[in-house]
Design a protein around this ligand. Structure first.
Ligand code: NAP
Length: 257
């Protein structure tokens, strides 16, 4: 069965590794191309946008894709909307890995906001030392709050966008360690962290570190994301694909056709 995984996440990479040697499936992983040096994957990988719903539908048809697993990030709403539309149009089975959000625990001090712009406003009028754990494309939202000192951690340098004047970049890609995160926050005398609620283990260490140090978090809420059949993780995606394969290869009589 020919399968497309929409990736750019740990779950997509986990699924690629789980099925790389499985002859029942011909897998292709798709990445948006946001990072200059993506992790090497054990299955064929294509990189770059498809060109909206029509481009994606044309690609799925050309590649004779029979099932799609959307394993994109909880904040990647456009590609998920596109794949729901394209798979609906072509009647291709679609499942979406829905990574559970982090929940506040005792000792956490989270302020929920709706967007990066709202996070910048929520930092307030007094200058603060702010740690931005966001994608490079979101940093521009803080240009309108230039009175804070920012440290921003991204995977790649931001493109040519307006940034706040007092911003220092550090580069890193998860998984991170809670003790190292606490040390970083202390060394930089951080007053507040700005984060998305990405969920998962790879980037949770910073949240643990803020709890340990009593540092507040401005948490950007998850957007509404369209989805297919909801799955918890890469393991459940394997089970779903096996069911789709069984359904596809079952004799007509067994399917009641
Ligand atoms: P997005 O806003 O939902 O998508 C914007 C456009 O990028 C899409 O319309 C599509 O272009 C292209 N695209 C996105 N994901 C793609 C994929 N897996 N394969 C091919 N094209 C893709 O997405 P985003 O928030 O910019 O995220 C881009 C990628 O980074 C995703 O793969 C996501 O899983 C990963 N990521 C995102 C975040 C985040 O916070 N947003 C965090 C970590 C990882 P066309 O319309 O031309 O097809």
């Amino acid at each position: 069965m020919r399968v497309l995984i929409l990736g750019g996440t740990t779950e997509a990479s986990d699924l690629a590794h789980l099925l790389a040697e499985d002859r029942r499936f011909e897998m292709t992983l798709s990445l948006a191309g946001r990072t200059s040096n993506p992790r090497t994957q054990p299955i064929p990988t294509r990189i770059g946008g498809f060109g909206g719903i029509d481009g994606l539908a044309a690609w799925l048809t050309q590649e004779a894709i029979e099932a799609v697993v959307d394993a994109t990030h909880p904040y990647a709403v456009q590609i998920s909307s596109n794949v729901v539309a394209a798979c609906g149009r072509l009647a291709i089975p679609l499942a979406t890995i829905v990574r559970p959000a982090w929940q506040p625990r005792p000792g956490d001090a989270w302020l929920g906001v709706a967007s990066a712009e709202a996070a910048a406003d929520a930092l307030g009028p007094e200058p603060r030392r702010v740690f931005l754990s966001l994608g490079r494309l979101e940093l521009g939202a803080f240009a309108n709050s230039p009175h804070h000192h920012y440290i921003a951690r991204t995977i790649d340098p931001p493109d040519d966008i307006a940034l706040p004047p007092d911003l220092r970049l550090i580069f890193g890609r998860g998984p991170f360690d809670a003790q190292a995160e606490a040390t970083l926050l202390q060394q930089e005398r951080i007053d507040v962290l700005v984060s998305k609620n990405s969920g998962g283990a790879a980037t949770y260490a910073k949240i643990e570190a803020t709890r340990r140090l009593g540092i507040p978090v401005v948490m950007i809420a998850r957007p509404h994301k369209l989805r297919g059949h909801a799955l918890e993780n890469a393991g459940s995606a394997v089970s779903w694909l096996e069911q789709e394969l069984a359904h596809r290869t079952a004799p007509c009589s067994a399917r009641g056709v």
